[in-house]
Write a protein that binds this ligand. Structure first.
Ligand SMILES: [Zn+2]
Length: 88
């Protein structure tokens, strides 16, 4: 039985196979999310995990505020929590 794919949202102009997935597993492969160095997150690739992109861009945003290290720590904690999700 193939794994069940969860979607963040549909794309009305696209086939279901092109909807945005909720999460993309982390790893080094071309179809995986490569965390803070991920080009697909940086480019907002439509067929790449929605939560991955939220975490990536939140961390990028937070890294611009050097005075609020607590906030950065919180964001990195969230990013780590996403990395622990593997059942999608
Ligand atoms: Zn990514």
């Amino acid at each position: 039985m193939p794994p069940h794919i969860h979607y963040a949202h549909s794309r009305p102009d696209r086939l279901k196979s092109e909807w945005e997935p909720l999460f993309t597993p982390f790893g080094e492969g071309d179809h995986q999310c490569q965390r803070h160095t991920c080009k697909k997150c940086a480019e907002m690739a439509p067929n790449h995990g929605h939560l991955n992109k939220v975490a990536y861009w939140t961390a990028q945003f937070a890294s611009n505020f050097s005075r609020i290290n607590e906030f950065k720590g919180f964001i990195h904690l969230i990013f780590k929590a996403y990395t622990s999700i593997s059942s999608f």
